[in-house]
Design a protein around this ligand. Structure first.
Ligand SMILES: [Mg+2]
Length: 243
């Protein structure tokens, strides 16, 4: 039997970035508020709640619109967006990243099933390795393909994801692995589009930064709540094949 290969995104399936993105939003607002005070032009900032913020992010409400609904206007919004891009990868904010619920159990299950797990992410590899080793998750990952730039993950552009996944697929084939029946697991349209471009089965997870409704429009092979559900599905497939 050939070894099952799973290509998997990092932010969303494995990491819950919602606290970091919300903390970044709050800090960005605070910095713009302080700039206003320094110019003797006070701004009436109205931060939205974490739940509201995340619902907006999951439904792809642009950051510009979120800033406007938080009390900013005109150049204040540009200042806010520049701050957010500047600080989102700062170590003090990266500390807010957490292991996604049951992702640890899912990685253990993949390992039990003999899966070759290949991470394909727009994060830079050092950040990914740091997070995995701090959380004792590195044992479950066979190979990692990241981006050298630190700002690529936040902008999440689909063409970057396609390019990274293609590199990862070619590297597996060169090492003699078959990617026939391989999955691409992720939480955004970029992951689904990359998987589809390379002819892989696509598993879209709804525990990340996009809503179920939104993801459905990209027609992934299947939609699942989280990585644990995907691991259970894989285990059933492996068990059936062994019978
Ligand atoms: Mg993601």
């Amino acid at each position: 039997m050939t070894q099952p290969i799973i290509f998997c995104d990092f932010d969303g399936p494995i990491v819950d970035v919602s606290d970091r993105y919300y903390a970044t939003y709050r800090q960005g607002l605070q910095l713009v508020e302080q700039q206003g005070l320094a110019r003797a032009q006070p701004i009436a900032v109205r931060p939205i709640s974490k739940a509201q913020f995340w619902t907006f992010k999951q439904n792809r409400i642009p950051d510009r619109q979120i800033a406007h609904w938080s009390g900013l206007e005109g150049h204040q919004i540009d200042d806010f967006l520049a701050q957010v891009n500047h600080i989102v990868n700062h170590p003090s904010l990266l500390r807010h990243d957490q292991v996604q619920a049951q992702a640890r159990e899912a990685l253990a299950m993949f390992q039990q099933c003999g899966v070759r797990l290949v991470l394909v992410t727009l994060r830079c590899p050092d950040q990914v390795r740091g997070f995995l080793s701090q959380n004792n998750l590195d044992g479950g990952v066979s190979e990692l393909f990241g981006m050298p730039r630190t700002d690529a993950a936040y902008t999440n552009q689909a063409h970057h994801k396609v390019e990274r996944l293609q590199t990862a697929v070619v590297a597996q084939q060169r090492q003699g692995y078959s990617v026939k029946n391989a999955w691409m697991i992720g939480d955004t349209e970029a992951d689904i589009m990359a998987g589809q471009t390379l002819g892989l089965e696509t598993v879209a997870l709804t525990c990340g930064i996009r809503s179920r409704n939104y993801l459905q429009g990209f027609r992934p092979t299947c939609l699942m709540p989280d990585l644990w559900a995907a691991a259970q599905r894989l285990q059933r497939q492996v068990t059936l094949r062994l019978r």
